[in-house]
Design a binder for this molecule. Structure first.
Ligand SMILES: *Cc1c(COP(=O)(O)O)cnc(C)c1O
Length: 391
């Protein structure tokens, strides 16, 4: 029998995360590969889900999501970012940001369309663009002299063609930790307007931003709200990544296109968790400030330990990932081989960043590896100690 796999997904590998997690288990190494917290979210949110389940709120929610959650999402957009959305027509609840992204891409793209994406990139972007029959046009973020990953604006501008239909943005950016500045966002926004394309903006780390930076939703820039689908999720903000409650906010025409695809995937789900995330979105400002401050302390700890171990960390401005340039420790700069031997040599698991680049650009990320620091303080301290003892 011929290969059962659709041509559209040919060439997509199996995720590296399985291999690295298996290595962590077999060697007993500390797993800083996986990007999810090993600690719980706020009690109010957890207890809300439990009482919703106990009280019988367990059937399908409305296709667009529970009205109370849509109201809470709209309130949250107004409270933090001064963006106003109509909860009835401009907000859509999804099964995680992942489904919002897939639905936005599959609901809007036509075969042959081009989508400009900054790489390294989140693992589902490329596959969804391919399933839509569209073409991904990557623009590389590279570590600059100023110590953060940046794009070259000439490269960005030359990525546009008459077939460009959308820009897929992610800020704060996984895995580089770049929080796009107003100036960078202006470059993106002006190009979106000039080329008449829309923007899909993945902002799942909107609250995980450190003291030197500020998150700016691109929808808040002049004339951008009309052409932007802003996507986020409760997973990163409330340490509930397994609940998969995400959302999209956009003008009704873009929400309707997204909904057309979304209703074919899950239709709707996660009713008791939707109710609980509504509680989370209404938590006081102090909750969100503390969440970021706690992570910032962990970032600083791990960053110092990586630096002392001569792993040249590129300090993230947001998210819960740190990338490192390994070339001082490993002259051939082979991040994949480095990550395969790190558990044995140092007792820590990391992810080679090369897998997060377009395969044609793998070399851009060959010498970069990613560590996650959304772990208990004791875990971060133990990892720092192992890095300190590593000869
Ligand atoms: C975690 C993550 C997502 C997925 O969010 P879910 O709500 O878990 O589906 C999307 N984009 C980025 C950049 C992420 O890091």
């Amino acid at each position: 029998m011929a290969s059962p796999l659709t041509h559209k997904l040919e060439g997509f590998g199996v995720s590296i995360f399985g291999e690295m997690t298996a290595l962590a288990v077999s060697t007993g190494a500390i797993n800083l590969g996986q990007g999810f917290p090993d600690y719980n979210g706020p009690d109010e949110v957890l207890q809300s889900a439990q009482s919703e389940i106990a009280s019988g709120n367990n059937q399908y929610p409305p296709g667009r999501g529970l009205a109370d959650l849509r109201a809470a999402i709209a309130e949250h957009q107004q409270r933090f970012w001064q963006l106003s959305y109509d909860p009835d027509t401009e907000v859509l609840v999804t099964m995680g940001a992942t489904e919002a992204l897939a639905s936005a891409l599959l609901g809007t793209l036509n075969p042959g369309d081009e989508v400009i994406v900054f790489e390294p990139l989140f693992d589902t972007y490329a596959g969804c663009i391919a399933l839509a029959g569209a073409k991904m046009v990557p623009v590389t973020l590279r570590p600059s002299a100023s110590g953060r990953y940046e794009f070259d604006s000439h490269e960005f501008h030359t990525a546009f063609t008459p077939r460009t239909r959308a820009i897929l943005l992610n800020t704060p950016h996984n895995p580089t930790g770049t929080v796009f500045t107003r100036e960078e966002l202006n470059t993106v926004a002006e190009a979106a307007i000039k080329n008449d394309v829309f923007v899909i903006s993945d902002e799942v780390y909107e609250h995980l931003v450190f003291s030197e930076s500020t998150h700016i939703p691109i929808a808040s820039l002049p004339h951008m709200k009309d052409r932007t689908i802003t996507i986020s999720s409760g997973g990163k903000s409330f340490n509930t990544t397994g609940w998969k409650i995400g959302w999209a906010c956009a003008p009704s025409a873009l929400i309707n296109a997204t909904l057309m695809a979304k209703q074919l995937f899950t239709f709707a789900g996660g009713t008791p968790f939707q109710a609980a995330i509504a509680k989370g979105l209404r938590l006081p400002d102090s909750y969100f400030a503390h969440l970021a401050a706690d992570l910032e302390a962990k970032r600083n700890l791990l960053s110092e330990a990586l630096h002392a171990a001569r792993l040249r960390p590129i300090t993230p401005e947001g998210t819960y990932f740190i990338t490192c340039d390994i070339r001082e420790r490993r002259a051939d700069g082979d991040g994949m081989a480095f990550c395969r031997s790190l558990p044995e040599q140092c007792g820590i698991v990391a992810i080679p960043a090369s897998v997060l680049y377009d395969p044609r650009h793998e070399a851009e990320g060959k010498h970069l590896v990613r560590f996650a620091f959304c772990k208990q303080l004791a875990t971060i301290n133990a990892a720092a100690e192992k890095l300190g003892n590593w000869k």
